[in-house]
Ligand binder design. Structure first.
Ligand code: NAD
Length: 483
């Protein structure tokens, strides 16, 4: 019998108001493993009401008390790390080592980090002669956090932890494609007696539950991570409604590899930045630009390494690349590979759907794919694929590398690989992305601003940026009397 995952509202589980359920699939096998409450505006209404009721007490706690609740939540998550890792792997098709060693620990550290931020956050004061200005920062009230399927618990916690730390109450809407760890989180909260109504979870389709959350008049801000298409729709509502919004959207990230790139970790890192999570990380490098004198050697090394990547059952400890998240996404990525052929690209390795023998024969796998020969302007080099597919292009000069890197409507993350640090800093200041990694990838310091420019988003998460987003600053200006 499959389990039924319900909303968590006001400290209790609750079916969808109209009783509807959605199927939740295991990507590695293509089988249904759970059913999910399909929330709508009535469920969102109940959650917003519960959050509003909880707000005065939660926002009235001392910072240290809120921090202590977040630490208790993190401790309780850590106590069931394996259970959470197994659930995340089942729901997403990711290798189990990836959820156990990287993603769930990072979700836990998000709560710990923002517990610390709650006690460290401070506001400014400005003195000018007899004028004293200081800033009050108050929580916003009820806020909505909407997250995608690619890093389910990690990205959900990245939003709800700062929102709660800053004193808000939250209605979260996890992706309907991967709701399992959010459900586990609600069980953990229940077990530790987390204050009812402070964090509510409403499941369901984005166009119903997600949209109702965005449009609810008592929801003061929306923190959204997902596709640029949906981000635009949300911005289209929040703009006229004058609702605060933070958008972390898609990408088509450039990787600039110069002939003098340090070699020690280069291929291993680019293998990860191309194919980790089957390329379904917004920060993955999609367009690898290589200086021509090094191009052939680099290409051959990357292709050999990509061919050797074990793709298949997420439960096999040897597996490096798991399944794509859904049948629809698998079909979309296979369509992009067809488009690459139409655009005149040559497939150097991969390019095919994979059907592993055994229990995963019905799963949604695609071979790690490296292509070359695509023009900078073609669809395949412009549109986000979000799968295990990377495109190689050669360049002759730093100026050409920069122009190719910036020839995209997106602007999330770039990598620059060179030993010439003058060049690295020059490029870092000119490449149009919100994040630039020099000679590394995915090194994260949670205090840094995180997010993209252009079609990759609006606003920044991370550290005090997130704490500022989830608070309303108020300037208080005092005229001091002279004696
Ligand atoms: P998506 O936009 O389809 O869905 C994201 C979330 O929004 C889901 O919870 C969904 O139910 C909800 N949603 C859908 N329509 C909605 C609507 N009209 N109103 C409110 N909510 C709605 O994205 P996805 O397919 O789940 O995730 C993949 C995308 O996310 C990729 O484009 C990827 O680049 C992007 N992403 C970006 C970042 C980043 O930090 N910039 C991180 C991870 C993923």
């Amino acid at each position: 019998m499959t389990s039924v995952l319900t909303h968590y509202i006001g400290g209790d589980w609750r079916s969808a108001t109209d009783g509807r359920l959605l199927d939740v699939f295991e990507p590695a096998t293509g089988r249904v493993h759970a059913q999910l409450a399909a929330g709508d505006s009535a469920d969102v209404e109940a959650a917003v009401r519960a959050a509003s009721l909880a707000f005065p007490a939660w926002s009235g706690l001392r910072h240290g008390e809120r921090a202590s609740w977040l630490h208790r939540l993190a401790d309780a998550m850590e106590a069931c790390l394996n259970e959470l890792a197994e659930a995340e792997s089942l729901d997403t098709g990711k290798p189990i080592w990836q959820t156990r060693d990287i993603e769930i620990p990072r979700a836990i550290s998000n709560f710990r980090f923002f517990a610390a931020a709650a006690t460290q956050f401070s506001s400014e004061s400005h003195h000018d002669g007899a004028l004293l200005n200081y800033t009050l920062r108050a929580p916003l009230g009820v806020v909505g956090c909407i997250s995608p399927w690619n890093l389910p618990l990690y990205l959900l916690s990245w939003k709800i932890a700062p929102a709660l730390a800053a004193g808000n109450c939250v209605v979260a809407k996890p992706s309907e494609v991967t709701p399992l760890t959010a459900h586990h989180l609600s069980e953990i909260m229940h077990r530790i007696g987390f204050p009812a109504g402070v964090l509510n979870i409403v499941h369901g389709h984005g166009a119903e539950a997600g949209r109702a959350l965005v449009e609810h008049p008592l929801v003061k801000a929306i923190s959204f991570t997902g596709s640029t298409t949906v981000g635009r729709q949300i911005a289209g509502f929040c703009g006229p409604a004058l609702k605060k919004v933070s958008l972390e959207l898609g990408g088509k990230n450039p990787v600039l590899v110069f002939a003098d790139a340090p070699r020690a970790d280069l291929i291993a890192t680019l293998l990860r930045s191309s194919f980790q999570n089957a390329g379904q990380i917004c920060l993955c490098g999609a367009r690898i630009l290589v200086e021509r004198s090094y191009y052939a050697e680099f290409r051959d090394a990357l292709v050999d390494a990509a061919r050797a990547l074990a793709t298949g059952d997420p439960l096999d400890p040897e597996t490096r690349v798991g399944a794509l998240v859904s049948a629809a996404h698998h079909a979309k990525v296979m369509g992009c590979i067809e488009q690459i052929r139409r655009d005149g690209g040559q497939i150097l390795c991969g390019g095919k759907a994979l059907r592993p023998a055994g229990r995963c024969a019905g799963g949604w796998f695609i071979e790690p794919t490296v292509v070359e020969g695509l023009g900078a302007d073609c669809r395949s080099n412009q549109e986000e694929i979000f799968g295990p597919v990377v495109s190689l292009q050669a360049f002759d000069s730093e100026a050409e590398a920069l122009a190719l890197a910036n020839a995209s409507s997106y602007g999330l993350a770039a990598q620059v690989w060179t030993r010439d640090l003058n060049r690295a800093h020059r490029l870092a200041a000119q490449v149009e992305t919100g994040i630039v990694w020099i000679n590394c990838w995915m090194q994260r310091d949670l205090r840094t601003p995180f997010g993209g420019m252009k079609a990759s988003g609006m606003g920044r998460e991370g550290g005090f940026e997130a704490m500022r987003f989830f608070t309303e600053p108020r300037n208080v200006c005092v005229q001091l009397e002279s004696r």
